[in-house]
Design a binder for this molecule. Structure first.
Ligand SMILES: NC(=O)c1ccc[n+]([C@@H]2O[C@H](COP(=O)([O-])OP(=O)(O)OC[C@H]3O[C@@H](n4cnc5c(N)ncnc54)[C@H](OP(=O)(O)O)[C@@H]3O)[C@@H](O)[C@H]2O)c1
Length: 276
């Protein structure tokens, strides 16, 4: 058995690998869990759960992407194993999703909160969506095309999400809380693109699409219908303004301001993101 004491699910994913690194830097032992590697964990293979949970103090939880069916049993197993804290990554606008987006996150939140040991981190969209996700090609091709004219969000640096997660995974007093994690300012995606244009010295153009045209572009990229419907739903929710505005949870929890998108963009351009 691994002697580490904080288990990080999706530990090789975008948030999980940063959470694990933040924990290690703060001197905590981690179990970096994934479907491959020394600490194997698969939502769909309950036989992989006991070794992960045995002796763990806390678990960082990323909802399964496909089916939240196993989550309540996993939470029960964690409680039975003596896990004191379950810290889950969720998304902002939760109360307005209404079946249009995030069904597995909703079910995972419910199970984690029902444990009485859960902390939910409802995060804004990550700045890293422009380096490690769907919007990365926009900075290379010069075109960001999304369904909506004025879509505002308070993009957050995943480093801040990881710092908050590392904190609440390792100290008591956050059980049964929901935190809203945002960057320090609300930006339209068009103004975020203008910041990236300045940071990279490139011509980047924002193009508003109809939801139908956007769905067609996603299909061309190879996304399946379920993912297309989720993303179209997400943008409808964002166009309604539910991710606009900022929260002070990050500065309150970290004792410092959340990182500005512009500062993140300058650093990314300087280290060669987008082939700058
Ligand atoms: N992108 C955003 O702006 C944003 C904002 C707020 C919230 N979120 C939420 O964040 C979550 C994604 O987090 P992330 O970006 O850190 O993850 P990610 O980079 O998308 O990685 C997902 C991880 O899930 C693991 N995984 C896949 N199938 C699995 C299975 N059957 N059992 C166990 N692990 C499995 C994979 O690990 P292995 O391959 O190693 O098994 C992978 O590392 C989603 O719920 C999303 O809705 C995203």
């Amino acid at each position: 058995m691994n002697s580490a004491d904080i288990a990080v699910l999706a530990g090789n994913g975008k948030s999980g690998r940063r959470v694990a690194a933040a924990l290690r830097v703060a001197g905590h032992r981690t179990r970096v869990a994934g479907r491959k590697g020394p600490v194997r964990f698969d939502w769909h293979e309950p036989a992989t759960w006991p070794e992960l949970l045995d002796g763990a103090d806390a678990v960082y939880v990323v909802a399964p992407g496909d089916d939240a069916g196993p989550v309540p049993s996993f939470v029960d197993a964690a409680v039975a194993a003596g896990v004191a804290r379950l810290v889950m990554l969720s998304g902002r606008g939760f109360d307005h999703w209404d079946g249009r987006f995030g069904d597995t996150m909703v079910a995972t939140e419910q199970a984690v909160r029902a444990s009485g040991r859960g902390t939910v981190l409802r995060s804004s969209n990550f700045a890293q969506n422009f380096t490690e996700e769907l919007w990365e090609p926009a900075v290379r091709t010069g075109r960001l095309a999304l369904p909506g004219q004025r879509i505002a969000d308070s993009l957050i640096d995943l480093g801040d999400v990881a710092a908050v997660a590392a904190r609440v995974l390792t100290e008591p007093g956050h059980e049964d809380r929901v935190y809203e994690l945002t960057g320090p300012e609300s930006l339209t995606l068009e103004s975020a693109l203008a910041i990236l244009a300045a940071a990279t010295d490139r011509d980047l153009r924002y193009e508003p699409l109809t939801p139908e045209a956007y769905a067609d572009e996603l299909r061309t990229l190879g996304l399946g219908e379920a993912d297309v419907a989720e993303l179209v739903g997400l943008w409808a929710i964002m166009a309604e303004g539910h991710l606009d505005g900022v929260s002070d949870d990050v500065p309150r929890l970290l004792g410092r301001p959340a990182r500005a998108f512009g500062d993140w963009a300058v650093e990314q351009a300087a280290v060669g993101a987008w082939g700058v």
